[in-house]
Write a protein that binds this ligand. Structure first.
Ligand SMILES: [Zn+2]
Length: 325
């Protein structure tokens, strides 16, 4: 029997995922936003309205059916809110379990516990419980493990999460998605996970589009993992990233080399930022930073570079079904 995939509304089969975005955030807060709750509290109605504004055309005009929400446990992950949005929008939403990269994470808790407990075992237990029993008391199960590493290094703290995730992958076949920082450590992440026993086809190495070096991509692809271009719309100096045009050039080059079965795409969009209001609409760095950027603007760029409808079907339907299923 094929493995089922946990959405926030229950399990589905891979064949029912349809067009999928592999890394988005319906709500997200940089770790520490909780401390500014007096002036930056959560406005649920505003969050629902904003998400409806973007997700309605994503579903109705562009035919997407599934979104992986990559929000880490300590960055405002809210399974109940995601379940409400999945219900309102009739979309599949898949929620994550895991922590962010060390400088941006709530690492103190685990650092403290490492003084007296086997932290790798505890993290693995947390991930597995959230995927098989549920998150907190919600009964809502995470569908993917989210991992992250720093700029140019996988810190010892981050490494514990990679080891724990590999264990949970061996145990229950959990899908693993990752954050790489500034186009670094992609091959190292793949190697670390596989050396610890994770199955390559369950792994998506994320934010790979932060690097335009074809050799860097091939060093990841050679492990048999998925190469995820998931920051379309985050461009320029603020994010230290290539442009969407440059990202499309890399995808076209990799497809020409025969890697179309290992490419995934998404935006890393944040529809509502937790904490105080941030006027993203008037920020010149963020004019394409939304969940409609790929279907409305990037897919035509890929077609200009010779990417076919059949290849796009692989990127948005076949490959997500393989890595999640
Ligand atoms: Zn993200």
């Amino acid at each position: 029997m094929a493995k089922t995939i946990n959405t926030v509304l229950g399990p589905i089969e891979a064949k029912d995922l349809g067009k999928t975005l592999m890394h988005e955030h319906l709500v997200y807060g940089f770790c520490g936003f909780q401390g500014d709750a007096t002036l930056g509290g959560f406005d649920e109605l505003l969050c629902i309205k904003e998400n409806m504004k973007w997700l309605t055309p994503l579903r109705d005009e562009y035919g997407f059916k599934t979104i992986v929400d990559a929000t880490n446990n300590e960055c405002g992950r809210d399974p109940f809110f995601l379940a409400k949005m999945a219900t309102i929008m009739d979309l599949n939403i898949i929620c994550s379990t895991g922590y962010y990269y060390e400088p941006a994470s709530a690492y103190m808790y685990w650092k403290f516990r490492s003084g007296f407990a086997d932290v790798v075992a505890e993290i693995a237990e947390m991930m597995k419980t959230e995927m098989t029993v549920g998150i907190g008391k919600t009964g809502i199960k995470a569908g993917v493990i989210k991992l992250a590493s720093s700029n140019g290094v996988i810190t010892p703290f981050e490494q514990k999460f990679f080891e724990a995730a590999a264990r949970v992958n061996q145990d229950i076949g959990a899908t693993i998605i990752t954050h790489t920082e500034l186009g670094t450590m992609g091959p190292d992440q793949a190697k670390l996970l596989i050396e610890n026993g994770a199955n390559p086809t369950d792994i998506s190495i994320g934010h790979m589009c932060g690097n335009t070096d074809i050799d860097y991509h091939e060093r990841v692809l050679q492990y048999g993992v998925f190469d995820c271009f998931d920051r379309f719309g985050l461009e320029g100096e603020l994010f230290h990233t290539p442009t969407d045009e440059e990202r499309c050039d890399v995808i076209a080059a990799l497809i020409n080399k025969g890697y179309e079965d290992q490419i995934l795409m998404s935006h890393d969009s944040v529809t509502v930022e937790l904490g105080r209001f941030h006027d993203k609409d008037s920020d010149p760095n963020m004019k394409h930073a939304n969940i409609l950027n790929i279907p409305s603007r990037v897919i035509p760029m890929l077609k200009e570079r010779g990417v076919s409808d059949a290849q796009l079907e692989k990127i948005f339907v076949t490959n997500p079904a393989k890595v999640l299923g």
